[in-house]
Design a protein around this ligand. Sequence first.
Ligand code: 6R9
Length: 649
Amino acid sequence: MSETIENLFQEERSFPPPEKLARSANAQPEIYESAAADPHAFWVEEAQKLSWKSPWKQVLDDSEAPIYRWFVGGKLNVTESCLDRHVETTPDRIAFHWEGEPGDSKSLTYAQLLAEVCRTSNALKELGVTKGDTVAIYMGMVPEIIVAMLACARIGAAHSVVFGGFSAESLRERIDDASCTAVITQDGSWRRGHVVELKKNVDDSLVGQQTVKHVLVLKRCENEVDWHQGRDHWWHDVVPQQSDQCDAEEMDAEDLLYILYTSGSTGKPKGIVHTCGGYMTGVSATFRYVFDIKDDDLYWCTADCGWVTGHSYIVYGPLANGATSLIYEGTPDHPEQDRWWKLIEKYSVTILYTAPTAIRTFMKWGEQLPVACDLSSLRLLGSVGEPINPEAWMWYHEYIGGKRCPIVDTWWQTETGCIMITPLPGVTTTRPGSACTPFPGIDAMVIDNEGNEVERGHGGLLVISSPWPSMLRGIYRDPERYKEVYWSQFDGLYFPGDGCKIDDDGYLWLLGRVDDVMLVSGHNISTTEVENALVDHEGVAEAAVVGRSDERTGQAIAAFVVLRADVVGHDDLIVELRKHVAKKIGPIAKPSSIVFTPDLPKTRSGKIMRRLLKDISEQRKLGDVTTLANADIVEAIRSGSSSGQDADE
Ligand code: 6R9
């Protein structure tokens, strides 16, 4: 019988934590043992670090599993943990330094942020938004997006942030699904020097829409907008004159905090539901220990608030810990490809949290850009969103981290709310490409298709075997789909849909989505391992592989390769790359075709869309491309691909 997923790629390099960081790290080695001995006590201790209005009566109610309730009966308002308590002790501490794409900037202290949140809360109340309503937020990365999220939380309205790059149709679908009563947006948002017309998209999305009564519009780009009298309100007309005091609505631990839609690879977007008490406990604890946050740190998470990473690790986690963060509005290549490195230099950023897709793009652009900037303030690096290829990890380590910064490769999902598998920077000896081990208090296993735990040294499916506080509470208005998608495969186990292998020391190596696994001559091969082997070649910056139907082998591996800036793609290189993969992970994994391309199709959150590459390889009509960040690349690949050679020997 074939393995659920083969274990092919071996990585021998390892990096112990720097001594100085280890000595004063927020998480010390004992944390694993004590959390394992009593996980509930661990989470209770973390929950107690938040501000509660009244205590819970029960830590976990699992009587209706897989619907779990945490901190049952507890009352709180998450904005008091994020703002009020810091304003009491350190009102002048900076919460956010913000830099706009055109170069304008602004800083907000905790006291200023609380005042602005209260004014916005009062404005929303005046418009009739109340506890139990859902508000859509469709904005760019301006400080007001954070203010808007927190203002909703303060008055007990759920927010549903829709990424500002999504179309009017996607916005409409999400507004309808959650029956939003208000939308908060901007006239426009800056992106690579151009204005993205957010207000226009909102107008288009609301044609014939019934539930939305009010649209609050922040002026940012001064582009012209249509105005719907009675429905539309300028932020500057309704917010500034409000009182800067607003009592925080008392919320049950299990009341809805937000809905966030995740599309997955196919099908209708799922409205992932997060509640107040457990979610805050999870994000606050993971932020403190994984990012080792200290008073003098300047933390920068490069995500957009439209993604869960922005919710958990720009807004709720950092603010719960009283952190000082940088946020940046624009793209990394505006005005030049060194914008990020200039920002790190300007603000003396100490902790950087970004995605493999960004790192691989910087590899493609070349290390001369970061090397020319002073990045010596950095002390810790993070990665999230996709498996990070070992070679990309090494590049990040060398050219961004100056070989001195630990890298935390953090595996988690919109659904999990907080980081689940990760190194702890002062404790874990890291291995490039491994997310290492479950966070304290989290139970994960790798199992085969029959549900048996695999032995070390083998691959299989990742599952989470006990509930955790920040877990999703369901799919909005679709409890059956929730059970079906996550809990129907293996009894009592949460199935995230990712492949994973466990090495001889118990380290976990994420292998991408199970749907993408390729079946070649009876071997189940993960896309991640073949991509790792390709990126291991010095000429390659990025690679994506898919299984294309093949009469002889079932599936054949089709590879799409992005080369580094100074490398030219030619036939000899194709031969060389195939040999390289064969040598690195075995002849079975050799791509049968390799196409060079300037970029890969990616979702707007930077994940490679292998589904489209599969359509191209099998010369099918392309599936849905509306969530694509770079739609034009698909045509370019398609024309390149028809001339791409099929090297079979
Ligand atoms: C936070 C976020 C979740 C999916 C997840 C997995 C992939 C995220 C990863 C990773 C390997 C990591 N993923 N982090 N794979 N290593 N460190 O990305 O949430 O947008 O819901 O995506 O992303 O496949 O299942 P979300």
